[in-house]
Design a protein around this ligand. Structure first.
Ligand SMILES: [Zn+2]
Length: 267
């Protein structure tokens, strides 16, 4: 599943390719990809231009002339640029025909991704109950301290909770906790002020490094054929031995997700 760095990579790739492009028509091949009325969706977007490119958590946000277009890739959503001469793949569910003759096609083998139109003045702070962005000032040691008060969930579940912080998923949660020397199963009630500072710092450092690498390519993330390289930098996620101490990496099932950690380096 694409996490924040992969969504950011897709966003930047889209900005390079379709900034200011006009949508001349929309071909809807599988209407359920759209939340709401597909006819309204198509009518609203016709004649609109892709003006702004933003992200909130794992949501892609396109500012159009008169509305916001929101796209969530979920498990397998991808975008490709093609032309009307290219045959359709059966996994291409929605096509933005551009006035310059190109087509921006949404491809999704699992069909979990969704698109939605929202008013331009939608409050994105409270969007889908998402917590602060990891790079925002609001994500601070004091914020973590206040949030975990009275809670006992494992640190891994805390980081995966999108209401706590937006955009962190399974791969990066494992890497952040390794960098902080904290086991994923440790209760969030049992960390120190120093740990809170480390979590903020390492979350930003690891996500920045991942964005710089174009994200992580595990299985099928590759919009535009981009291959992210962060998997080469992973210290614990899907690793066999710890690069720092040589111990065998352990896998534990926490909150329905596999969690990788080093029993020696993480306490
Ligand atoms: Zn180790």
């Amino acid at each position: 599943m694409p996490e924040l760095p992969e969504v950011e990579t897709v966003l930047r790739a889209l900005e390079l390719r379709v900034k200011d492009a006009e949508i001349s028509d929309i071909i809807i091949r599988w209407p359920k990809v759209i939340e709401g009325d597909p006819d309204v969706f198509a009518r609203t977007l016709k004649g609109q231009h892709f003006r702004g490119f933003n992200r909130r958590g794992k949501y892609l946000l396109f500012t159009m002339d008169d509305c916001l277009l929101v796209s969530h890739l979920r498990m397998e959503g991808k975008y490709f640029i093609k032309t009307d001469a290219d045959p359709f793949s059966r996994h291409e569910h929605l096509v933005f025909c551009l006035a310059d003759g190109r087509q921006l096609r949404y491809h999704d083998t699992r069909k979990f991704g969704r698109m939605q139109i929202l008013p331009k003045d939608t409050d994105l702070n409270s969007f889908h109950d998402l917590g602060p962005e990891p790079f925002a000032e609001a994500f601070s040691p004091a914020y973590i301290h206040a949030w975990r008060r009275g809670r006992k969930m494992p640190l891994k579940s805390l980081l995966l909770n999108q209401s706590f912080v937006a955009g962190v998923g399974n791969i990066y949660a494992d890497e952040i906790l390794f960098a902080c020397g904290l086991r994923p199963g440790r209760s969030c009630a049992r960390i120190t002020g120093k740990d809170e500072e480390n979590i903020v710092r390492e979350t930003r450092r690891i996500l920045s490094a991942a964005i710089a690498s174009g994200g992580t390519t595990i299985r099928s993330y590759n919009s535009f054929g981009i291959t992210g390289l962060f998997q080469l930098a992973c210290q614990v996620h899907e690793q066999k031995t710890c690069r720092q101490c040589g111990s065998e990496i352990k896998v534990k099932w926490i909150g329905g997700r596999s969690s990788y950690y080093c029993p020696h380096c993480q306490k």
